[in-house]
Design a protein around this ligand. Sequence first.
Ligand SMILES: *[C@@H]1O[C@H](CO)[C@@H](O)[C@H](O)[C@H]1NC(C)=O
Ligand SMILES: *[C@@H]1O[C@H](CO)[C@@H](O)[C@H](O)[C@H]1NC(C)=O
Ligand SMILES: *[C@@H]1O[C@H](CO)[C@@H](O)[C@H](O)[C@H]1NC(C)=O
Ligand SMILES: *[C@@H]1O[C@H](CO)[C@@H](O)[C@H](O)[C@H]1NC(C)=O
Ligand SMILES: [Zn+2]
Length: 449
Amino acid sequence: MPQRSTCTLLLTLALLGNVFSVPFVEHVYHNYTALVDIMNDLTDLYPQYTEVYSVGKSVEDRELLVMAIAGTDPDKHIPGRPEVKYVGNMHGNEAVGRELLLQLIEHYLVGYTDGDADIKQFLDETRVHILPSMNPDGFEESDMLDCTSIKGRFNANGLNLNRNFPDFFEENTQEIQIETRAIMDWLEDIPFILSANLHGGALLANYPYDNIEPDKKNASYCPYHACPDDDTYRNLSLTYSLNHENMYDEDFNDCEHVRGGNRPGFKDGITNGCAWYQAIGVMQDYNYIAAGCMEITLEVSCCKYPNVTELPTFWDWNRKSLIEYLKQVHKGVKGQVLDENDDPIVGASVRVQGRDLPFKTASDGYYWRILLPGTYTIEVAKEGYQNAQKSVAVSGDLYDVSLLDFKLEPMTTSTQSNDPSDDGVAVSPSICLSVIMTSLIILVLKVIP
Ligand SMILES: *[C@@H]1O[C@H](CO)[C@@H](O)[C@H](O)[C@H]1NC(C)=O
Ligand SMILES: *[C@@H]1O[C@H](CO)[C@@H](O)[C@H](O)[C@H]1NC(C)=O
Ligand SMILES: *[C@@H]1O[C@H](CO)[C@@H](O)[C@H](O)[C@H]1NC(C)=O
Ligand SMILES: *[C@@H]1O[C@H](CO)[C@@H](O)[C@H](O)[C@H]1NC(C)=O
Ligand SMILES: [Zn+2]
């Protein structure tokens, strides 16, 4: 039955009684046309809780469609409400994530309307954005049952999108692709806090950093390159792997049952990116460093494009992980940075003392950081204002985010200059250089029509 008439039928039935628990998204691979249809059908079914939008187009002119879901106002950012996301199918032939995310959309919507208390609490306090396919062109080139090849992996210009982001440890000479640019713009538009990027061909959760300064590696070896929030990232990654049916299992996550080969398994199913293999221009490092969004990379299937009959099993294995992972946004610290008139200060630099990677307040003046239990000092700096710092206790319990607002005093002419860059907020020179380079690239690209 065509999607549209299925939808009409369901809408009709919905008027007669509650049929929202009827499974609607089938366990099949949705090609581009079917993907667009199902996203639109789901918004027709649940208009109150959903908003479909496009972040841009692919090389072959396919829309990069996102479904935003929230208990109220799915179409807008509400000050202080956290924004989280999942991105799938960046490598076009890694197809399982794309279908998991469609299942997840329906699961959230059915759960919310059926009164699932856990999902209701989450969606009442969070806006979720789901981009099932970042590389729809690659997907159309791919073949089911192709577990290992690279057919369909790249975008239509033959480039690996997960090597295509500006890099902070060395210069990335690859030309930024339209799909990559769409994600970069998206990160500027929406103040995302937490994210994951779903891949296939392995089974593990991989966390930053993926790259390292060139002088700290050699051809055959990249060390564990811990980022300043390594403790949080390990916790987030474990949340995914331990809630998964078998990702945490070292004897299973080596993928030998699918691929043969001799890769060792991964302890607890997690790994530092660089320690697995070093890579330049990766999306997770960019999310974290450029946008202050904590992203990990999930490898969810040993076979990149398994038999369609296996999709229900993959959904069973990942459902709990997908739900639990995003809930982790609700721990840590948040607050609003205000000026002397109680107006939000946009783009103030915020840093957790001892973690040398500042991030910025959003357009509503809010910052938000996921942290494990402990006492932290938060430092805030903004040009034209005096620096401020405050200490905060974090319980680490879900839905118990500590609230820590700041009111910055304007600089008076008699006050000593305290440029945020030389007070409190220390960044490594290479990160600094890359941030400047990236800003310049962004500026230039924005000027060119
Ligand atoms: C996409 O899938 C639908 C079935 O859902 C099928 O009817 C259609 O022919 C497919 N389109 C392409 C281009 O393969
Ligand atoms: C690469 O680095 C590792 C760790 O420092 C070292 O054991 C290895 O010998 C180095 N290899 C080369 C070719 O320098
Ligand atoms: C994450 O950290 C919290 C607080 O330390 C701890 O209770 C929890 O068990 C950790 N989660 C995982 C999956 O390790
Ligand atoms: C997919 O798996 C099913 C069930 O195991 C099997 O019947 C079918 O032949 C497989 N499809 C292909 C294309 O191999
Ligand atoms: Zn991949």
